[in-house]
Design a binder for this molecule. Structure first.
Ligand code: ZN
Length: 378
């Protein structure tokens, strides 16, 4: 294969730290009647030896991006993040704003408009990017573009699923086609400085096990929050290819654990379904060679995925109502952030949820069975 060229600093020196072989495109859900085989493409994470950016080594897929239903946890987090920003006084309530959104949806503009901010076409005092930047194939240009849209006294808010979280929690299936970059705060700070920006403060959120939002502007200094984050991430070794490469072992062990657990369930006649036809479930199921005899269906609230199947597998996507009717013995939840929401929405499935990510060992998977939810009134 060709040597990758860094999407940020253009260096050609680096290491492949995670290789998932050939995988179907994570956002192309073929119709159930389509027998396949689905096209597959290499899926590898490469760590630039010059600037340290973790990135997709290559991505020949063309994104389809069927929009999913935005989890309530994501909406709640956006509200929380925005109220923290407004309380900080960094952004004026009547500021003009521009958004670089995620193709998966979840715009912050309506929420910010409630605080009095207004959208503008040109330079803005607030440029918002929540999980948008990682979707840009050319990372250098994407950061430069955001900087150009920022007024001199403006603030750029960048929210990302931290690489340090991914490595610490073994979230190897965060790697997917269409997500070109995986940021540590240190690397992102370097990328911003090339565009003349400095992170001034940071907020942390529990979303996806650890999400960071940086506020950057022209001039100024990183505050104690940013410095603490940088120090913690440095201590976690997130810039060291040997540490990031532990994702490979986690991937292999969790793929084996999933397959072993599902085969055992099938062997004892237990009927297992999944919940959350998210892109992160795609690599997990396809890499583990799971079929519709082991996992009978994956429920998802998104209408757009109905009548389709999980890429690279024979597993159909079904509705949450069909899932309840099927009376499953266990339901693998592929999106842990959905747990509270699905327990409330589907009370008859209490006691059957198994959180499927991350799943380092089969034993841990067994221990992750969630006890029946006690439903709150009202
Ligand atoms: Zn680089």
């Amino acid at each position: 294969m060709l040597t990758p060229i860094c999407r940020s600093c253009r260096a050609r020196r680096g290491d492949v730290v995670l290789d998932l072989g050939k995988q179907p495109a994570s956002d192309f859900f073929p119709p159930v009647g389509d027998p396949g085989p689905d096209p597959v493409y290499p899926l590898r994470m490469w760590l630039c030896a010059e600037c340290g950016l973790a990135q997709l080594a290559e991505d020949p897929t063309v994104p389809e991006e069927p929009r999913g239903v935005e989890p309530a946890a994501l909406v709640a987090q956006a509200k929380d993040a925005i109220s923290r920003v407004m309380a900080s006084g960094l952004v004026r309530a009547d500021a003009g704003m521009v958004e670089y959104g995620s193709p998966h949806g979840g715009s912050w503009l309506p929420l910010l408009a409630e605080h009095g901010l207004r959208p503008v076409d040109q330079q803005a005092e607030l440029v918002v990017d929540s999980f948008g930047l990682m979707h840009a194939a050319d990372q250098h240009e994407a950061v430069a573009e955001r900087a150009r849209r920022l007024a001199d006294n403006g603030v750029l808010l960048l929210q990302y699923h931290s690489l340090s979280t991914i490595v610490r929690n073994g979230q190897w299936n965060a790697l997917r086609h269409g997500h070109y970059a995986y940021y540590s705060t240190e690397v992102l700070t370097r990328m911003l400085s090339v565009a003349g920006l400095t992170p001034r403060t940071a907020w942390r959120f529990d979303l996806y096990g650890g999400t960071v939002m940086l506020a950057a502007g022209r001039g100024g200094e990183p505050d104690s929050e940013v410095r603490a984050l940088l120090a913690e991430e440095e201590g976690s070794g997130v810039g060291d290819p040997r540490i990031v490469r532990t994702l490979q072992e986690t991937a292999e062990s969790s793929i084996n654990a999933l397959r072993g657990w599902l085969q055992r369930q099938r062997g004892t006649g237990r009927r297992v379904f999944g919940y959350g036809a998210a892109s992160r479930a795609v690599a997990l199921l396809a890499a583990a060679g799971i079929d519709n005899t082991m996992l009978l269906g994956v429920a998802d609230a998104a209408q757009t995925k109905r009548g389709r199947r999980m890429p690279g597998t024979t597993i159909p996507v079904i509705s949450p109502a069909d899932l309840v009717r099927a009376q499953p013995d266990a339901v693998l939840l592929f999106v842990p952030d959905l747990l509270d929401e699905v327990r409330t929405a589907l009370p008859t499935l209490a006691g059957r949820w198994v959180v499927a990510e991350p799943t380092p060992t089969e034993e841990q998977m067994t221990r992750r069975i969630v006890p029946p939810a006690r439903l709150e009134q009202g």
